[in-house]
Write a protein that binds this ligand. Structure first.
Ligand SMILES: O=C(O)CCC(=O)C(=O)O
Ligand SMILES: [Fe+2]
Length: 410
């Protein structure tokens, strides 16, 4: 383990790219592990992950595997883009697009591309390399039964804009993502900025306040102690999904911007199904951490109903499918039910609101009983229902806005 790593700049020294952030000399003490640490002292690395919400591991995946995968990604991405462009405009093209790419979170920006990966040889080679190095650390946090929920490549190109600071999940649930650099990542290539030890209520609230104050992105990065994940090819970092972080902005080509490819692999504990996945449909629900570690074979547990409903819900355009998946999760005591009910609720599904109200009422799935929240949801559900009735009777025009979504549910 090396303290103050050579390739990770210190906290508040976030700089470069389109972030326009100043460089400062302030350095946050950080830990940087190498692959031997991750194998021989996995409990200590996992402990660091628990307290800091992230950890960096150098040489986690052999460079040759990363280069092979980077070449594969470039070719497959070009082929996918061509395939989408050649398909019939409209719904067919959108469906084709969704079969390769995840919907962009910040669609209005010049954003990164999230390209889902098939389980081809180049991918399994990198995945097995990653699990050989980091599997024991991951086992501490998600067990060998930890489910694969993202297998994608995050791609950003010159002039890509920075992302706003965010966490990938709220504090009520968690998953763990491993990012592997498929080439070196410099400041100009818009590295990921991680804010260690911000996976808690205090820092999430602080970010809310800063956003309301409309502080600049640079100021927020500085205040939250952001660390740019500068990497050599094959370096990796593991991140708790509750941690505050963001993708950096890229400089233009003549200022050092270059394609950045990050392999992006997420695992979650069974019973905490995330509110989204970034997987090709044919991979959903099929893989666990223990399938890649070369250890004792896990008994098969593929669940077709779960996978089919997860795929349908993840298309994100059908509130009924979202509610159906949420109900299945609820029946099985899976906390993920809350995220999917909330999604259906945001899409204006009255029944989803009623179910969610019930969960808050009874304090189900480990959710703390909250009568106030339950009541807001019930009232909102009634308002949605009333609107649907009026629409059916023609006494309200479809152009009239929906009732405002209650803030708590939001
Ligand atoms: O581009 C990156 O480095 C991180 C992207 C990210 O955090 C996200 O899309 O949620
Ligand atoms: Fe993120």
């Amino acid at each position: 383990m090396i303290e103050h790593p050579p390739v990770i700049a210190g906290g508040a020294s976030a700089c470069g790219g389109k972030d326009g952030v100043r460089r400062s000399n302030e350095v946050t003490p950080g830990h940087f592990y190498d692959v031997e640490d991750a194998v021989s002292r996995s409990a200590q690395v996992a402990e660091h992950l628990a307290t800091q919400g992230c950890c960096f591991i150098s040489h986690a995946v052999p460079t040759t595997s990363c280069q092979r995968l980077a070449d594969y990604v470039d070719d497959a991405l070009a082929a996918a883009q061509k395939d989408v462009a050649l398909s019939e405009a409209g719904d067919a093209r959108y469906a084709r697009h969704r079969s390769y790419f995840r919907r962009l979170a910040y669609a209005t920006r010049r954003d990164r591309i999230e390209f889902t990966l098939p389980m081809v040889e180049e991918v399994t080679e990198a995945l097995e390399g990653m699990v050989a190095s980091l599997g024991q650390v991951l086992e501490h946090v998600v067990t060998r039964n930890g489910r694969l929920v993202d297998l994608s490549c995050m791609i950003s190109d010159p002039d890509c804009e920075y992302q706003p600071l965010h966490s990938d999940t709220s504090l009520e649930r968690v998953k763990f993502t491993v990012f592997v650099a498929l080439q070196d990542v410099t400041t100009e290539m818009g590295p990921t900025y991680l804010c260690p030890a911000t996976h808690n209520y205090e820092h999430h609230s602080a970010l809310d306040v800063m956003q309301k104050m409309e502080l600049s992105h640079a100021e927020m990065l500085g205040r939250l102690g952001a660390v740019p994940a500068l990497c050599s090819c094959g370096d990796a970092f593991i991140m708790n999904s509750q941690l505050l972080h963001c993708g950096g902005g890229q400089a233009s080509t003549d200022a050092g911007g270059k394609r950045r490819r990050l392999l992006y692999v997420t695992w979650h504990l069974p019973g905490i199904t995330p509110g989204e996945h970034s997987l090709r449909d044919e991979l959903v629900g099929r893989f666990r951490l223990g399938d890649f570690d070369g250890g004792r074979k896990l008994p098969p547990d593929f669940d077709e109903q779960y996978s089919d409903l997860f795929i349908a819900a993840n298309k994100l355009d059908d509130p009924d499918a979202m509610l159906q998946f949420a109900q299945l999760l609820r029946e099985r005591g899976d906390l993920g039910a809350v995220a999917w009910m909330r999604r259906a609720c945001r899409k204006g599904h009255p029944l989803a609101c009623m179910h969610l109200a019930e969960i808050f009422c009874f304090g189900e799935l480990g959710v703390i009983t909250d009568w106030e929240k339950a009541e807001e949801l019930r009232v909102y559900a009634m308002a949605l229902h009333e609107r649907m009735k009026c629409l059916a009777q023609g006494s309200v025009s479809p152009d009239e806005p929906e009732p405002p979504l209650c803030l708590r549910c939001h």
